[in-house]
Design a protein around this ligand. Structure first.
Ligand code: ZN
Length: 238
């Protein structure tokens, strides 16, 4: 109780500070930034200030963190929160950033990103930068991993974040994932990254990338999926 009072006071003070000019220049380079409405821009500034200050940011594998790394990752993660009731990804205290893909001993693979139910979000900076540079290709590792974190809000990575109707959500996502799987198996081109067919958690993360980066195409081609995501995220990217 006392902790949350101190935290609210600290946040209020942080939000009263002007947004740093040098951070503004970093945001202006992000493709989505100029398309935000004034209210969204100001919300995003606050989210970036709080994520940058409250999370423990660590450079790994020889990477030295810079404002560019922290601010651009925080801003992309913040996009997910603009229309949601949220508490700044409460399960994630730490964000680890590697210079490039990192080895995961459990899967014995090189990964571009990883999110844990209890633990940090891990990102490869080269892949995060790639996602930022190609803002309309539906591939963005920062959106992907932080979508996993939203999915894990209830403690489970099952593709069901905190939604009012769990059954309706799970039914729709299952049918959309099966549709993706059929399209992949038929060898046809897919709007969503085929990796989304892997399991329900990956489907939600991949669908989120598509919602934020190819929203018009998603609205046209998978209107029910688009509607469910826009109701969940509480705002439409364009
Ligand atoms: Zn994933």
């Amino acid at each position: 109780m006392i902790f949350s009072w101190f935290r609210s006071r600290r946040r209020r003070r942080l939000l009263e500070k002007p947004f740093p000019e040098s951070w503004l220049k970093i945001l202006e380079k992000l493709h989505f930034y100029s398309r935000l409405k004034a209210e969204e821009t100001s919300k995003l500034h606050g989210i970036v200030q709080i994520l940058a200050s409250e999370k423990i940011w660590s450079g790994c594998g020889g990477l030295t963190l810079s404002d560019e790394i922290v601010v651009s990752i925080a801003a992309q993660a913040g996009l997910l929160l603009l229309g949601l009731p949220h508490d700044y990804f409460p399960g994630t205290d730490e964000i680890l950033v590697y210079p490039r893909e990192f080895y995961d001993p459990r899967s014995e693979e090189l990964l571009a990103g990883q999110a844990h139910v209890q633990g940090p979000v891990v990102l490869a900076w080269n892949q995060a930068k790639r996602g930022m540079a190609r803002g309309r290709d539906g591939r963005n590792v920062v959106l992907h991993e932080f979508a996993h974190r939203l999915d894990m809000s209830d403690g489970y990575a099952d593709g069901v974040p905190l939604v009012p109707s769990v059954d309706a959500w799970a039914r729709l996502m299952k049918s959309e994932r099966e549709n993706l799987l059929r399209t992949v198996e038929a060898g046809r081109k897919t709007l969503l990254d085929p990796y989304g067919a892997e399991d329900p958690a990956e489907f939600f993360a991949v669908a989120t990338e598509c919602y934020f980066e190819k929203s018009n195409a998603l609205k046209r081609e998978r209107p029910e999926l688009y509607r469910a995501l826009s109701e969940f995220y509480g705002w439409a990217p364009c």
